[in-house]
Design a binder for this molecule. Structure first.
Ligand SMILES: [Fe+2]
Length: 387
């Protein structure tokens, strides 16, 4: 394989300022003040409050001489009415910088609040690409799971509760000014979330790597994420050693930078309607879909497989078919070893809903960059195999 094969020849690469390291949550106040903040709108959730991380951020804000308003009315798969309420609170208090602390739900809610506080309207008005007109308030986003990537991404995913689907909002504006990762926050992440959020990161890295919008820059980050996940996921899930957990944080960051710039594929195109319809865990859905989507994609991504095989630590193989089998086997084994869910049925998905979910996935923006163009029957076939 020659370097750069099947990669975009013209591209841009967008990332926020990145702050990373154990104990760095103490720097949130300095970061918010650097962005011109005086009254901070802090978005998080009850679980992180009880774990003590919200308190640490509040102390950091106070030490930096900043006032703050705390908003925690955010649930899993953040809802349209939650971000609309958050925006009203942001404006009512005259806040000027948003800090989001949490998993994808809290950070995407923070983005939704930023969009509405500056642009007005309903969150569904901004679905799609580049629909945001007015500049957003500055944001500092702090991930506390090992998979979402929302802290670096140009995406915000919000649930439309009337249509029972997810809105994908894609814009350079929703990438925050600062992404601040403190791997210490993973100490209180429940074991099942280590697996599901890390398998979300694995999906981000693999879909970014196979994306038709992949570039040399996104490939570097995708392969780095895959190597870190391969080397640390099982140890992190079963032993929670600090080094393995920190490496999952790193993997999430690299995967986030990759997919934010090369976009995703069929796993996420299907996961969004499933998550919106059943309010199911995003990482769990991805873990179930990933092996089937890789099986579907492999015939059209053969030129990139040697690099991926290297990322997965596989022994070299020259024959394309052998490499494909090895890659598929490695991904299957990794998901199995960390106890990831294996069927959509186990997540509450109903067989009679599969055609509707496949139809909704056809509308999802993530489908555009899939390496293999899927029609309704292809998507339905993947769902049936994953059922
Ligand atoms: Fe994801």
């Amino acid at each position: 394989m020659s370097e750069g094969t099947n990669l975009m020849s013209h591209y841009k690469f967008e990332v926020p300022e990145i702050v990373f390291g154990r104990g760095m949550l103490s720097q949130v106040g300095c970061c918010a003040r650097r962005l011109g903040g005086r009254k901070i709108f802090l978005v998080s959730d009850q679980g992180l409050f009880e774990a003590g991380w919200v308190d640490q951020v509040m102390k950091s804000l106070l030490q930096a001489g900043l006032e703050f308003v705390y908003f925690d009315q955010v649930s899993i798969n953040p809802k349209d009415h939650e971000v609309e309420e958050g925006a009203r609170e942001y404006l009512r208090h005259g806040a000027d910088v948003i800090v989001g602390l949490g998993g994808g739900s809290a950070m995407d809610a923070a983005k939704g609040i930023a969009i509405l506080s500056a642009n007005g309207g309903r969150i569904r008005d901004f679905e799609g690409t580049d629909r945001i007109v007015r500049p957003l308030p500055p944001m500092v986003l702090c991930p506390t799971t090992c998979g979402t990537g929302s802290d670096v991404s140009q995406f915000a995913i919000i649930s439309d509760t009337e249509k029972r689907c997810k809105l994908t909002i894609m814009s350079r504006c929703v990438a925050p000014n600062i992404s601040l990762t403190d791997p210490d926050t993973l100490k209180t992440l429940p074991e099942e979330y280590i697996c599901t959020t890390a398998t979300d990161a694995l999906s981000h890295a693999l879909e970014a790597f196979f994306s038709i919008a992949a570039t040399t820059l996104t490939d570097v980050h995708a392969v780095k994420a895959i190597r870190l996940l391969k080397g640390n996921l099982v140890e992190a899930v079963h032993e929670q050693t600090p080094d393995a957990m920190e490496n999952l944080s790193r993997a999430s960051l690299h995967a986030g930078m990759a997919f934010s710039n090369s976009l995703l594929g069929i796993v996420h195109a299907l996961a969004h309607p499933i998550g919106g319809f059943y309010n199911a865990n995003h990482g769990s859905i991805n873990a179930v879909l990933l092996p089937e989507v890789i099986r579907y994609d492999l015939p059209v991504v053969t030129e990139k497989l040697p690099e991926l095989a290297w990322g997965l630590g596989c022994k070299g193989a020259d024959d394309e078919k052998v490499v494909a089998e090895v890659v598929q086997g490695e991904v299957d084994a990794l998901l199995e070893a960390c106890g990831a869910p294996r069927s959509l049925r186990s997540l509450g998905v109903q067989r009679e809903d599969l055609p509707k979910l496949a139809r909704n996935a056809l509308e999802d923006a993530c489908l555009i960059t899939s390496p293999r163009q899927a029609d309704f029957n292809d998507l339905l076939g993947i769902l049936e195999k994953a059922f």
